[in-house]
Design a binder for this molecule. Structure first.
Ligand code: DAH
Length: 376
């Protein structure tokens, strides 16, 4: 592109414009043809210097506009001797046609360049790699909940959810937990309100046992994933908020063998077909008998390692046969119905499955930890 030269004001300076008027005295000695030739030469030279549409507009004003030089010449034709007038008029008109055509051509050219310039300024490089959207990942605990729901669905269990704020009636009383049970100690339970009726953050998912049974008649088969809260100091294996998966099956003729079958199947679905399970006597007020449930360590195959603390077993939670008092508490006939229940720690299962060694990582919101689960 030609470097715009500083405008010498040939057509902008009124002085010059004035000097060139056909009627001007100074030109009295110049023939019309000479004036037109001069005008032609300057108009052409100045048009060559026009670099944009604004410049072109002012060029047009100076030479062709109502106050432009050529118009002045045309107006001055009246003063030309009659004999010369037709020739002068033709010459002036033909210059006008020529300059108008030059103007149009230049205008087309400049509009095209202007468009090109604007397009270039707006240009988008479509070959640049796009910005990848940041997509969140499912939290490892949520993912485990989904996996557990799927496994239990295949065994006929429906997944239900319940409130995290519970009355002591559901959290304790209906579960046969007497007022002097350690779980009712204020140091374990986060109490929300104790005015009329004690309201607590549920200390386990077990309150959904009674709620489910109150809402349905047997047969019952549900699992209840969700948060539980305890007033507890945090360390690598304890947090004050954690997740459990409650299970409950009530029907006629349910036995401990059903419980063992269901939890054995769970362990194999979750940790591999060769897993073995162990049930040992334990005590929970809402089951009789009560057991603790463990799976042989998938890391060492039961030989003993750091993950299983050299015991060969990993404890998954508690379970047992639903206590007759719990059944009676919700109006089920304990002589007719039996059932089993279990409560599993979900973080613990994720820790076992992925080798996580600190439970605090789950609610710590450290993206470096969470992102590791994106590709699993
Ligand atoms: N709710 C118990 C706890 O949080 C776990 C548990 C044990 C749940 C035995 C059960 C069960 O349903 O049968 O420690």
């Amino acid at each position: 592109m030609a470097t715009p030269r500083p405008c010498r004001g040939v057509f902008l300076l009124p002085v010059k414009t004035h000097r060139l008027r056909a009627s001007d005295r100074d030109h009295g000695d110049m023939t019309i043809q000479a004036q037109l030739d001069d005008l032609h030469a300057r108009a052409a030279a100045s048009l060559a210097e026009v670099v944009d549409l604004d410049g072109l507009a002012s060029w047009e004003r100076s030479f062709l506009g109502p106050k432009g030089e050529l118009t002045q010449v045309l107006r001055g034709l009246g003063g030309v001797p009659a004999g010369e007038r037709p020739a002068a008029g033709r010459a002036a008109n033909s210059l006008k046609t020529e300059l108008s055509a030059a103007y149009d051509a230049r205008a087309r050219q400049l509009s095209a360049t202007d468009l090109e310039r604007r397009l270039a300024a707006d240009a988008v490089d479509v070959t640049l790699p796009g910005r990848a959207p940041t997509i969140g990942t499912v939290h490892p605990v949520s993912r485990m909940i989904d996996e557990l729901s799927d496994i239990f669905a295949l065994m006929g269990f429906q997944t239900v959810f319940g409130p995290e704020v519970a009355t002591a009636h559901y959290n304790f009383d209906l579960l046969n937990i007497p007022g002097d049970h350690p779980a009712r100690d204020v140091w374990d339970t986060i109490v929300v309100d104790s005015n009329d009726e004690e309201i607590v953050l549920r200390t386990h998912t077990s309150p959904m046992q009674a709620r489910t049974m109150e809402a349905t008649k047997p047969p019952v088969r549900v699992v209840v994933p969700g948060r539980a809260y305890r007033y507890e100091a945090q360390d690598a294996s304890h947090d004050w908020m954690f997740h459990q998966l409650e299970g409950l099956a009530v029907d006629e003729h349910i036995t401990l063998a059903d419980l063992k079958g269901v939890l054995g199947e769970l362990a194999r679905q979750l940790f591999g077909a060769e897993r073995r399970v162990r049930f040992r006597c334990d005590y929970f007020p809402f089951v009789e008998p009560g057991v603790d449930f463990a799976v042989d360590c998938a890391v060492c195959g039961g030989k003993g390692c750091r993950v299983c603390k050299h015991s060969g077993w990993l404890e998954m939670g508690g379970a047992g046969m639903v206590h007759p008092k719990v059944l009676a508490g919700v109006g089920y006939d304990p002589a007719k119905y039996t059932g089993f229940a279990f409560g599993l720690g979900i973080e613990r299962m994720v820790m076992m499955k992925y080798g996580v060694d600190d439970v605090r990582a789950f609610a710590g919101n450290d993206l470096r930890f969470l992102r590791q689960f994106a590709s699993i």
